[in-house]
Design a protein around this ligand. Structure first.
Ligand SMILES: *Cc1c(COP(=O)(O)O)cnc(C)c1O
Length: 475
């Protein structure tokens, strides 16, 4: 399997070449040359594999179709080491539970940081350690976080050989729970940096360092952002696992609703569907930051300015543009790299938007690729959380609530609708209390984490300061 860029660079690369890289050199995102097709025999075999041997073995089956430069025995061992009951809290890894009227919740948030990003990040940590050891190289991951991504990255990379994490976050702006999760890590290779500023200041520092190419090369600076293909690939697996749990036979179809921000999670659903998973609809659920809902309704993709990006009670979906969206548009436009380059490169830079409403392919979003979309606001979120709690005694998190709200608009009789549960309510306790008057349950391993000792370095919002810090703390 070779990988190509969405902006037309076709110099073929293997999986491990792109594993440690971010964007392709032409600014595009990597995708496989073609999607491997899962025929009826294979799908039947995978159903058995999943039920008899479990999630890790299913992950190995899916990943092997895309990774031909890691020996099978090693890849199988990496999957087995990643997807364990110890790390994900249950032997089923992604258990499905029924909500109501054909709507199911697939739990993706029982990992170390209680959000779905662990599903991919835990695998990434093991892949990085494996590949860096094989090359005899080191990597310093530099990132900016306002919560979920940073903690998922730290819990995936803690104690991993060859990897260090330098994670900036805005000082005093994360919830006490999130701060405790990150700052209580005492591993030698994890560095938390609280920046005097807001999230954008953190991101600007990271960009400034990454744009200093000499520094970047000398200090082996890398990232783990959501455009990484390995993260997306790891997420494809749970679409298959959800399908096998919700259906009895491979003649049946299911739909998925996905609380979306950067379009990474649902893009994995698109990939699963392209491989032949029997999916009827892929429903994109957004919050007040409705860039994606607007596109699927109108054909206009309009990125927002920072000032027009709302701070909401489902904060992990507060995006101004959807960084993985380019992958879907590449497929939608018949993999025309030149066209994608014009749209996402010059086009967006010039006017901040593009319009496909008159393009014949736009109707294919629904007809051919099964996409639908909807939006949920703070009051919808509160009502949904209250309703599922009062009627079903089920507490759901704010992002999942956006999913459930939108899913209800697209349920079809006879087609199970699977909503991906992307976080546990304890991470967003304030809104849960606002909706239900009750504190959400806290898994036993998180009791009292706010009282643990913390290790964090406070820093001015200054790119030079972080460069100095990295120079002093690497190797
Ligand atoms: C990251 C995140 C999302 C959005 O996922 P994308 O892949 O960016 O679309 C939704 N919910 C939670 C809890 C998240 O952490």
């Amino acid at each position: 399997m070779k990988y190509i860029s969405t902006r037309g660079d076709h110099s073929p690369k293997h999986f491990c070449d792109i594993l440690l890289e971010g964007l392709a050199p032409d600014g595009g995102l990597y995708l496989p040359e073609s999607y491997p097709q899962v025929d009826a025999t294979t799908l039947a075999r995978w159903r058995e594999v999943y039920h008899q041997q479990g999630y890790a073995e299913l992950a190995f089956e899916v990943l092997s179709l895309y990774i031909d430069d890691i020996p099978a025995a090693d890849l199988r061992a990496l999957c087995a080491k990643t997807y364990t009951a110890e790390v994900f809290g249950t032997g089923e890894i992604v258990p499905l539970r029924h909500l109501e009227n054909g709507i199911w919740l697939e739990a993706l948030s029982n990992g170390p940081t209680l959000a779905f990003k662990d599903m991919a990040m835990q695998l990434l940590g093991n892949l990085f350690e494996y590949e860096l050891a094989r090359r005899g190289e080191q990597l310093n991951i530099l990132g900016a976080t306002s919560g979920d991504t940073g903690s998922a990255a730290e819990y995936a990379m803690r104690g991993k050989k060859g990897v260090r994490v330098f994670m900036t976050s805005p000082y005093g702006r994360m919830s006490p729970f999130q701060q405790a999760q990150m700052f209580s890590l005492m591993d030698d290779n994890i560095f938390n940096i609280a920046v005097d500023g807001v999230f954008d200041d953190c991101q600007d520092m990271v960009k400034a360092v990454s744009n200093d190419l000499d520094f970047k090369r000398k200090y082996k600076i890398g990232t783990v952002n959501s455009i990484n293909w390995a993260r997306l690939l790891a997420q494809v697996v749970y679409y298959f696992a959800g399908y096998f749990q919700a259906t009895e036979a491979n003649t049946e179809k299911v739909s998925f609703t996905v609380p979306s921000g950067n379009f990474g999670n649902i893009c994995a659903g698109h990939v699963a569907r392209m491989m032949g998973l029997p999916v009827a609809k892929l429903v994109v659920a957004t919050n007040e930051n409705d860039v994606l809902d607007e596109f699927f309704k109108t054909g206009v993709y309009r990125v927002r300015a920072s000032a027009d990006t709302h701070e909401t009670s489902s904060p992990s979906m507060d995006i101004s543009k959807a960084s993985n969206f380019e992958r879907f548009i590449f497929d939608l436009l018949g993999r025309d790299g030149a066209r994608v380059k014009a749209l996402f490169g010059d086009g967006l830079a010039r006017s901040g938007q593009f319009d496909l409403s008159q393009h014949p392919a736009f109707n294919d979003c629904h007809r051919r690729y099964g996409f639908e979309s909807g939006k949920s606001t703070h009051s919808d979120r509160l009502a949904t959380i209250k309703d599922t709690f009062e009627r079903m005694e089920m507490m759901i998190d704010t992002h999942t609530a956006d999913g459930v709200k939108v899913a209800r608009e697209f349920v079809q009789t006879g087609v199970p609708m699977i909503v991906l549960e992307t976080a546990l309510p304890i991470k967003f306790a304030e809104t849960i209390v606002e909706a239900t008057g009750q504190q959400p349950d806290r898994p036993p391993r998180f009791v009292g984490i706010e009282d643990l000792p913390k290790r964090v370095t406070r820093m001015a919002a200054d790119a030079q300061a972080i460069k100095t810090f990295i120079t002093e703390h690497w190797a």
